[in-house]
Design a protein around this ligand. Structure first.
Ligand code: NAP
Length: 316
């Protein structure tokens, strides 16, 4: 007979890794499934200044924090599977996850911790230029644009902070924002307006990008006047960078037909991370919540695992 785990955790970002640590410590027979690298969004974040105990000035990064979280979860006996889940059956007493190779994983409880991904810019030809001028990660790609021109779409904290970070590399950074006023915190705005390398295109959206295999042209539309502006790469650079920071979308498509209550694609839970399905919990950025940060994801994971432990012990 196939093994039925006490707990299956889907996703090894901070929420999933914290759930793994707690699941292991509760002596639950726990399986942690991840399709890519551990860490989720923090795996590609260089500076995390607001996770308690994480000190940027001691050369710590999202990657080193992730590595420690992974080691800690594994130390407490969590089993690992590298797999992409294609089907999730969550409503029965045994939760069943099937991967793209047809392997089936069964658990008495499941914690969904698949996180979120950057919202696409939404312009024509966007997919064609991913990694060829378009990026969603300044820390990953900023050094590629050393001395070049870069554009940033968005007006929130992320867009403005990442734009300022990009000015350390690019010769000029222009923020393209769909309104005439930033959403970012006033303290962040003040810093941004003092930065001489930072420029703004207000009331504007990117309609279209193009180029011969690499991004060297885009069309920006003024949403108030309808005026179209063609932006061309400096011939000496041959290209420019376009970074999108316009929020995130939850990675919950897999659960669309699983019977979970959702709100705009985010999973609804109570304060114990319990979804509307018994034995099914959600932790981290994929659930309806007010603050999506590493510290709140880790806390969600811990709470979800503690409730899973209670649920399993009541089954016995
Ligand atoms: P956000 O605050 O939701 O801002 C998203 C920005 O993208 C907004 O300016 C929005 O424009 C714009 N936008 C949304 N959809 C768009 C579209 N389809 N086309 C063009 N523009 C679009 O997202 P975020 O900046 O990623 O921040 C997420 C959360 O993390 C926030 O709570 C933020 O405070 C927090 N955060 C905090 C820090 C920090 O404390 N240092 C750093 C980063 C993030 P509108 O303004 O017109 O809606």
């Amino acid at each position: 007979m196939e093994m039925i785990y006490d707990l299956i955790i889907l996703g090894a970002g901070p929420a999933g890794l914290a759930a793994g640590l707690y699941g292991g410590r509760y002596r639950l027979n726990t399986l942690l499934i991840e399709r890519g690298q551990d860490g989720g969004q923090i795996a590609i974040t260089s500076e995390i200044e607001n996770y308690p105990g994480q000190m940027v000035d001691q050369e710590e990064s999202g990657a080193t924090l992730t590595a420690r979280m992974t080691r800690q979860a594994e130390k407490f006996g969590v089993h690992r599977a590298g797999a992409t889940i294609a089907r999730a059956e969550l409503s029965g007493p045994v939760k069943r996850l099937t991967d793209t190779r047809g392997n089936v994983y069964e658990g008495k409880t499941v914690i969904l911790a698949t996180g979120a991904h950057p919202r696409p810019i939404g312009c024509k030809n966007e997919r064609e230029f991913l990694g060829k001028g378009i990026s969603f990660c300044a820390t990953c790609d900023a050094n590629f644009y050393e001395g070049m021109e870069v554009f940033v779409v968005g007006g929130g904290d992320s867009a403005v902070e990442e734009a300022m970070y990009l000015t350390k590399f690019a010769r000029k950074v222009t923020v393209i924002h769909r309104r005439d006023q930033l959403r970012a915190a006033v303290s962040i705005q003040e810093k941004a307006f003092r930065n001489e390398k930072l420029h703004f295109m207000w009331d504007s959206v990117v309609d279209e990008v193009s180029g011969d295999g690499i991004l060297d042209r885009m069309v920006v539309r003024n949403v108030k006047t309808g005026e179209l502006t063609e932006v061309l790469a400096d011939p000496e650079d041959g290209m420019f960078g376009l970074f999108g920071f316009i929020g995130y979308l939850p990675n919950t498509e897999l659960f669309a037909d699983a019977g979970l209550e959702m709100e705009n694609g985010y999973i609804r839970t109570d304060e114990d991370m319990q979804t509307n399905l018994p034995g099914v919990y959600a932790a981290g950025d994929l659930r309806v919540k007010s603050l999506r940060q590493v510290v709140t994801a880790a806390a969600d994971g811990a709470i979800a695992a503690s409730r899973a432990e209670r649920y399993v012990s009541e089954l016995e």
